[in-house]
Design a protein around this ligand. Structure first.
Ligand SMILES: CC(C)(COP(=O)(O)OP(=O)(O)OC[C@H]1O[C@@H](n2cnc3c(N)ncnc32)[C@H](O)[C@@H]1OP(=O)(O)O)[C@@H](O)C(=O)NCCC(=O)NCCS
Length: 181
């Protein structure tokens, strides 16, 4: 099985945000950034796998600050964890004010991509060579994220099943406890 060092998986893509990318406040749409993340995750993972990779899931993406029209947005993708047929791509997003020459880190996103064959069936990906301490930490964090996603999904389903089975008075009581309605 082929093995590729983390350092060879780095991929950088930049794009200027135009007025077409603006939301109703005049900043850039969150969805525009998500689309960029998806493209970078696609290119990073497919180049690594040597076959088409499809998006299986996005981890939570937080928008801590607005990206402005006119900013140069740079996304840097890196393979941080590999399973059998899936890979985790970590994408760092930076927004640069090209006039002031200032650059801010705006997001970190983690996207799970699955390598598929020509029939769309998952297919094995190369092994990832972790050379540096940072590579190793990121790999183990990726593994932990994957395991915790499974645990969280099971926990949610357990509690959601209780909610779905509750009668209406129980639902009212639960809502009452939230003090939101
Ligand atoms: C992603 C996809 C190929 C997985 O197919 P599947 O038959 O469920 O595959 P499997 O259950 O054998 O899982 C294959 C791998 O995908 C991973 N996987 C599957 N669904 C996942 C999810 N929702 N999130 C993260 N990883 C996922 C599995 O953990 C497994 O990883 P591993 O091989 O590294 O252990 C399939 O669900 C698919 O084609 N989805 C649509 C993808 C797409 O079109 N995306 C763009 C949306 S517009």
């Amino acid at each position: 099985m082929k093995a590729i060092p983390v350092s060879q998986t780095r991929l950088e893509m930049s794009e200027v945000m135009t007025p077409n990318d603006a939301n109703f406040l005049g900043n850039v749409f969150g969805g525009r950034i998500l689309a960029l993340l998806d493209l970078v995750a696609y290119a990073t993972s497919s180049r690594f796998a040597g076959t088409i990779c499809v998006t299986a899931s996005f981890d939570r993406v937080d928008f801590h600050q607005a990206v402005n029209v006119g900013n140069l947005v740079t996304c840097i993708g890196l393979i941080t964890y590999v399973g059998r047929t899936s890979v985790e791509v970590t994408v760092e997003v930076y927004a640069e004010d090209v006039l002031k020459r200032t650059r801010q880190h705006t997001n970190t996103a983690r996207v799970t991509m699955v390598a598929v064959d020509k029939d769309g069936k998952p297919t094995e990906v190369p092994r990832l060579i972790c050379e540096t301490r940072e590579d190793k930490v990121r790999f183990l964090e990726g593994k932990l994220r994957r395991e915790l996603r499974g645990v969280q999904r099971q926990e949610f389903e357990k509690h959601a099943a209780d909610i779905r089975q509750a009668d209406e008075s129980r639902l009212d009581a639960l809502i009452e406890q939230t003090s939101l309605l």
